[in-house]
Design a protein around this ligand. Structure first.
Ligand SMILES: [Zn+2]
Length: 159
């Protein structure tokens, strides 16, 4: 499935989720968050409620007023093999179009890859088998030879 409108919608939703500036947003972006709060129970309940809504498993804890939350990695959530296959396809197709692919973010089974020298973005969801975006549709506008990136070296060149 490569409907550009659907890819755009998914990309925007993922970026909005990860650009949240509150404690929950930091938890999503970094996988953990630590705070000093007045009401540890209320803070933990609020984090857990948001995580439940997003179907993300978190573990929270408190030591007096210091609270923390941690995203639980569920390795069976999406097989690592499926995730890596999607990452490899994104990287290979970006390199074929002379982009310099860099990983922007991984969130559960979703990932965003951008080009280091143009604004193109690629999106994939390894679980839903959705892949697309400008990174895979249009060539890089830069004329110089693309530089290698960790993604292009590791993923786009391996057989
Ligand atoms: Zn580019």
């Amino acid at each position: 499935m490569r409907d550009p409108v659907e890819i755009r919608r998914r990309t925007d939703r993922l970026l909005a989720l990860l650009s949240r500036r509150d404690d929950y947003g930091e938890l999503l972006a970094h996988g953990h968050v630590v705070r000093q709060v007045e009401d540890a129970d209320a803070w933990r309940a609020a984090i857990r409620a948001q995580a439940r809504a997003d179907r993300i498993e978190v573990r929270t804890g408190a030591d007096g007023c210091a609270v923390h939350a941690l995203v639980r990695r569920r390795d069976d959530d999406t097989g690592d093999g499926e995730y890596l296959a999607a990452l490899k396809e994104l990287a290979a197709r970006a390199v074929a179009l002379r982009h310099e692919p860099i990983l922007v973010v991984r969130h559960r089974s979703e990932m965003l890859i951008s080009c280091d020298r143009c604004p193109a973005l690629g999106y994939a969801d390894a679980e839903d088998h959705v892949i697309g975006g400008s990174l895979l549709d249009t060539g890089c506008p830069n004329e110089e030879e693309p530089r290698e990136t960790p993604l292009s070296i590791v993923w786009a060149r391996s057989p």
